[in-house]
Design a binder for this molecule. Structure first.
Ligand SMILES: [Zn+2]
Length: 305
């Protein structure tokens, strides 16, 4: 009996064992295939990401985009700070005094070899222009007053008044004021001079100022103001763009008007570097505020370098 049983048991064992072995092999193959498949798929991903980091724009662009978005979200909190950053006017190469104002007047060109003459800017825009002449009295306190009130001016300097200390006016140019041409000798008989002599007075000062201050003047003011066709031609031949005179003065602590009794939009105001500079500046500022005008550099308004 046991032998029969034994033999039947051993018979079934011989059948089951191979089946189990086959089953185990199949399982093993399945596991192997799964691990190989998963490692190869992982393997193709892993090397592809460094390779694709440069070229692949599809999926790696996700983290890239996240990076840039975090990069752009960080600066916005810092962008309010650059707001006071000065804006350079591409036409003049300077930070201008216009504060976004768009001038409604364009400087006329040189015609027939002669510069135009300005005594006032024909505009209704609420602007006024301050010009300060000669340069005889040189005081840091006068520059400080202008700075204190945020006023920039065009300085018509004559060589005879500044030759003893031309470097002094570099303080003005450093502060944003511009230096223009008022001849070499400030000869009040300038109109009697011939073309060659006028040209020598104007070109000489233009060369001097360019060498001293690094900018060639663009405007000319004759000594005392009067000019002729000869003057307009000589100024043009020295590379200047306009003769600038005035219809209003700040003088002896008050205002002198050639027209009317108040400052008008577009007025060009004449002042001097004189002992009474503070009183003249006060008179100018009182008139300017009463008229509601903004002090702007003439060079900025006319978009000249
Ligand atoms: Zn003068």
């Amino acid at each position: 009996m046991p032998r029969h049983l034994d033999s039947s048991v051993s018979k079934s064992r011989w059948i089951i064992l191979p089946l189990v072995a086959v089953f185990l092999v199949v399982i093993g193959l399945g596991v192997w295939w799964f691990t190989v498949a998963s490692t190869t798929s992982a393997g193709t991903n892993t090397p592809s990401s460094p390779l694709a980091s440069a070229g692949d724009t599809a999926s790696p662009s996700m983290p890239a985009a996240q990076k840039t978005s975090t990069a752009t979200t960080a600066p916005p909190s810092a962008t309010p700070t650059p707001t006071p950053k000065p804006v350079i006017n591409p036409q003049t190469g300077r930070v201008d005094t216009l504060d976004g104002l768009v001038p409604d007047y364009v400087l006329p060109p040189i015609e027939n070899g002669m510069v135009p003459v300005l005594t006032k800017i024909p505009t209704e825009q609420k602007v006024v222009f301050l010009t300060i002449d000669d340069g005889a009295v040189k005081r840091d306190s006068d520059l400080a007053l202008l700075e204190q009130h945020g006023i920039k001016a065009s300085l018509f300097l004559a060589n005879t008044f500044i030759a003893n200390d031309p470097g002094f006016y570099k303080k003005y140019t450093a502060a944003g004021h511009l230096i223009e041409n008022h001849t070499m000798s400030h000869d009040l008989g300038f109109l009697k001079l011939g073309y060659a002599a006028q040209k020598a007075e104007i070109c000489g000062m233009a060369d001097f100022e360019e060498a001293q201050y690094g900018r060639r003047p663009v405007f000319f003011r004759p000594p005392g103001g009067p000019y002729s066709q000869t003057t307009r031609k000589a100024a043009a031949d020295c590379g200047l763009k306009a003769i600038v005179d005035w219809e209003t003065k700040a003088n002896a602590g008050g205002m002198d008007y050639q027209v009317g009794a108040t400052l008008r939009p577009g007025d060009i105001v004449l002042m001097h570097f004189r002992p009474e500079f503070p009183a003249d500046l006060n008179a100018f500022m009182a008139a300017q505020k009463a008229a509601g005008l903004k002090v702007v550099l003439l060079e900025d308004y006319l978009a000249t370098k």
